[in-house]
Design a protein around this ligand. Sequence first.
Ligand code: FAD
Length: 456
Amino acid sequence: MSPPARDLDHPAFARIPPWAQEKLSSKAIETIKKVHHWVETECVPAEPIYKAQLEKPGQRWKTPPLVKELREKAKKEGLFNLFLPKTFGELSPGLTNLEYSCCCEIIGRVYWAAMTLNCHAPDTGNMELMAKFCTEEQKQKWLMPVLNGETFSAYSMTEPDAASSDATKINCRITRDPKDSNYLLINGRKLYGNCAWEEDLGFYILMACSDPENPNPWKRHTTVFVPKGTPGQKMVRNLTVMGYDWAPEGHGEFLYTNCRIPAANIILGEGRAFEIAQGRLGPGRIHHCMRLLGQTERAYEMTLLRATDPRKKPRGKLIGEFDSNIERLAQMRLQLDSLRLIVLNAADTMDLKGNKAGRYAIAQSKILVPDMCAKIIDECMQMHGGAGVTQLTSLPEMWTYARFVRLADGPDAAHRHQVGRDELKTAPKLREQHGAYQKRYKELCEKWGIEWQSFL
Ligand SMILES: Cc1cc2nc3c(=O)[nH]c(=O)nc-3n(C[C@H](O)[C@H](O)[C@H](O)COP(=O)(O)OP(=O)(O)OC[C@H]3O[C@@H](n4cnc5c(N)ncnc54)[C@H](O)[C@@H]3O)c2cc1C
């Protein structure tokens, strides 16, 4: 039987490079087309509806009815949880990271489209974590409701009183309840993690210090489930990001005072938070980057329209007729297509060699994509003139998203630090290689009768 036709003559594949197209299965090709249709018909035209529903009195922290309806529809159409990699067996819809990356860029065209498909942060990273590290019983209790779209989850690691980019410094405490060792008490402060006002939020996955005296700093921390609203958990305030409340999920600052949870809520075991954190360093880390590409493509498309808008003709010329803007548009196009290669390469490296071996490619993506996307969107705002920084376009929100991804999931400086340290480790080998050049240079000097000179 001949394999099904691989019809890639579709706008969804227009910017996917040939080497990546070659790797897409027939099933993935169909899924990518479906996702494209979904975002173009259900999400892009509905952007003003989403905003209007959130602005209705009493609706700010509720999942908009539009999104609820789309989530039900997506489930029926087999578009739910596309992010879960093939390695998760029957739980996974069967896409590789590379294939999902192609879907994710399309999803990113609308910020909230990910939520309609249950592919939004931080739930994607959390679901991967739960699928990997939870017992069967825990999976039934915590993972399945999120996978089934019945509740949302949050991740809580960062603290206002610690440099959280170095997770060994996390100092919110978990202790056994002296009255009943089957229970744990949490005490401390946390920054970020979804806003508790989010109606559909069910629980937090929280990392805290359980054994501060352990000589091994990597064994001092424990990860637990904390149901939202557990007595002793208080949201101090909603954190705005660059002035936006980011409703309906939002972000919060939290205070824990003797917050009591069952010891059965420990994930993997006491002192094993870093094993879990390592496991969370996989594809979830670059989903933001994948989506940012889609969003920046939208900003770019809007700018092409602006550049050719006949109502806007400074000095009698279209904005896109000025040489400086033609070059600007070319530069943005080149940068966007280069960023896509970086993201697809990171996804493919994880598929071929695993998440650990993909560390460099993931860092490359995490460092370069948000930074460059923010710069591209900044240029787009500039070409839109005054309107570009107002609510008349979605460019300010797009820029804010790109800007905050430079921090979320670890600041880019920390990733650069790691890449730089790894690079320095290559110096001894290079020194050997350069020693060999010197040796050979001496031999060549003798052969050709040229005086040897030292060089650095
Ligand atoms: C929108 C948004 C959403 C977030 N969501 C969550 C969430 O859901 N859950 C959660 O737990 N956290 C979340 N965070 C927090 C985020 O993960 C942390 O802010 C980040 O890891 C940095 O930790 P920190 O704020 O403690 O900064 P610090 O660790 O104090 O770092 C501050 C700065 O120091 C510099 N620095 C740090 N390390 C190095 C290094 N190795 N080399 C050079 N310079 C360095 C960098 O400039 C860095 O930005 C979110 C952040 C944002 C902006």
